[in-house]
Design a protein around this ligand. Structure first.
Ligand SMILES: [Mg+2]
Length: 265
């Protein structure tokens, strides 16, 4: 979709028809985790996938290829998932991509260097409420618990500005995510997985800034859905909220189920 085209509500008649025509069993279904499969709560450590969504995901995984592409590390995501998708990609696309193993070692090394540099650049007396999380292939600096979050963010951005090599920076709510340049983003990850899985089509649902890396591909072979309507998003379709994910999955499983029925008749 081009940026001047508004996105369409997924459960409108036109979008439903588009979805029915698009998806089939050769489609790879990929989902973001926080805010998409799992509702966002006050405590990021306490998120989980609602049972209704888990059940639909298990059904979907039995019929088609399923991927979860998250900003969390894979090990962190595994603790929250309660389902095992065929592909689990962590660190905004930079971890777990088949065929990228040797590059991943470079990313891990870069992140270690950033951590050492940040330990120097962020003196401990100014670091109350600031937490550096080494996630392997990427690094996150959290400042949710800083007394003055504005001042903390400024201090963190100043430090990040001095890092060698410079990261690709993804800002979130009380968090700065540092990604090695050249590391795959979610768009690269999904395209790569579709090739890997032999799936000519992709279906992707997400709600983050990093999910725009998929939406902006404007690839006719990828059906894109954003959780929550947002001006400027390049997703072609949107859901009103995270609760509608269960309905989306039911609808998906119904459509795919009809393919099975018709092949039997
Ligand atoms: Mg999200």
């Amino acid at each position: 979709m081009s940026s001047d085209q508004p996105s369409t509500y997924l459960f409108s008649d036109t979008a439903r028809t588009a979805m029915e025509r698009f998806i089939d069993r050769t489609t790879l279904f990929a989902f973001d985790l926080d805010g998409t499969l799992a509702p966002i709560g006050p405590d990021p450590d306490a998120i989980g996938i609602p049972v209704t969504i888990q059940k639909e995901m298990i059904t979907l995984g039995g019929i088609a290829g399923v991927a979860v592409i998250t900003g969390r590390s894979r090990s962190d995501a595994l603790q929250r998932l309660s389902i095992l998708p065929r592909y689990l990609i962590g660190n905004h696309g930079a971890e777990g991509l088949p065929g990228w193993e040797s590059r991943t070692q470079e990313f891990i090394q870069t992140v270690k260097e950033w951590q050492d540099q940040l330990d120097e650049l962020l003196p401990s007396e100014n670091r109350r409420g600031v937490f550096i999380e080494n996630k392997g292939s990427t690094l996150s600096v959290h400042y949710r618990h800083a007394a003055d979050s504005k001042a903390a963010r400024l201090m963190i951005l100043r430090a990040i500005n001095r890092l060698v090599p410079q990261p690709r920076l993804i800002s979130g709510i009380y968090i700065e995510n540092l990604v090695p340049k050249g590391a795959p983003d979610k768009g690269v990850a999904l395209t790569h997985l579709m090739n890997q899985a032999g799936c000519p089509k992709g279906f992707f649902v997400g709600d983050d800034e990093t999910d725009e890396d998929v939406f902006r591909l404007e690839n006719e072979s990828i059906f894109t859905v954003r959780v929550g309507r947002k001006t400027g998003s390049l997703a072609r379709f949107y859901l009103r909220n995270q609760q509608e994910i269960a309905r989306l999955l039911r609808k998906t499983n119904n459509i795919l189920g009809q393919f099975a029925d018709s092949s039997l008749s």
